[in-house]
Design a protein around this ligand. Structure first.
Ligand code: PEP
Length: 252
């Protein structure tokens, strides 16, 4: 099966009211008509409405970087999946390494959020990846296997069509150090094999696996040319029109 590439940007806790709209408008005019790849941008919560408005009529979707697993109630500071849908989000990133390692999210919590996001009919970018020490200790396969097995616990095979897995080695996120195409391909193939074991060959063949970790225009084509790399989750280089467009254009 040929899988359509999916290139998404994660702005993390960056941007401003003015620049989020300006950058999104630039992306809409430069990339908005492209149909050959799927594209999305995930701004901070508060800038989502402006970006949704700027992307209206374009092929670029909008996602959030996190959500809570209840609909509403006494959960000060949290945002629900229904709220995200309400303001025009199609996607949500769950299990990002910063949520895991800086904010302390566990595999069990991430699984609860994945389950709820699916019920809310959001499409999920579900992130996994090993720390540098874990890679050095040859634990990469064990770590991503645990993260995927636990994170997708009780998720049906039908629901897998709403899930993109993002392999993001933590040592490559925001560091300028990128996995080599061989390193990325190796882990992506392992992940696809694991999805085949957890589900079946059809699901494994269909699931999209993005690579994330210092993707930029200069390395995107090589990484996204690997057979099991089906797109990218891009942090720093998704903050400007030129860099994000450079990545998208490198695979067209
Ligand atoms: C990310 O934020 O998920 C990411 C991969 O960041 P960067 O591209 O900056 O490494």
């Amino acid at each position: 099966m040929s899988r359509k590439l999916f290139i998404a940007g994660n702005w993390k806790m960056n941007s401003s009211a003015a620049s989020s709209v300006e950058v999104a408008a630039g992306m809409a005019s430069e990339l908005g008509a492209i149909d050959a790849v799927d594209m999305a941008i995930c701004p901070p919560f508060v800038y989502i409405p402006g970006v949704v408005e700027a992307f209206k009529g374009s092929n670029i979707g909008v996602g959030a970087q996190n959500m809570y697993f209840e609909d509403n109630g006494a959960f000060t500071g949290e945002i629900s999946g229904q709220m995200l849908k309400d303001i025009g989000c199609r996607y949500v990133i769950l299990g990002h390494s910063e949520r895991r390692h800086v904010l302390g999210e566990t595999d069990a919590l991430i699984n609860t959020k994945v389950t709820k996001a699916l019920a809310d009919e959001l499409e999920i970018m579900f992130c996994v990846g090993e720390l540098l020490d874990e890679r050095k200790a040859d634990q990469t396969t064990a770590v991503v296997t645990r993260q995927i097995t636990e994170g997708l616990k009780n998720i049906s095979r039908e629901a897998m069509s709403s899930i993109t897995i993002a392999y993001e080695p933590v040592w490559a996120i925001g560091t300028g150090e990128t996995a080599t195409p061989d390193q990325a391909q190796d882990v992506h193939a392992t992940i696809r094999g694991l999805v085949g074991q957890l589900y079946d060959a059809e699901i494994a063949d269909a699931v999209r696996i993005q690579y994330g970790g210092s993707v930029k225009p200069s390395n995107a084509a090589e990484l996204l040319g690997c057979p099991d790399v089906d797109g990218a989750l891009v942090g720093g280089a998704s903050m400007t029109v030129a860099d994000f467009a450079g990545i998208v254009n490198s695979v067209l």
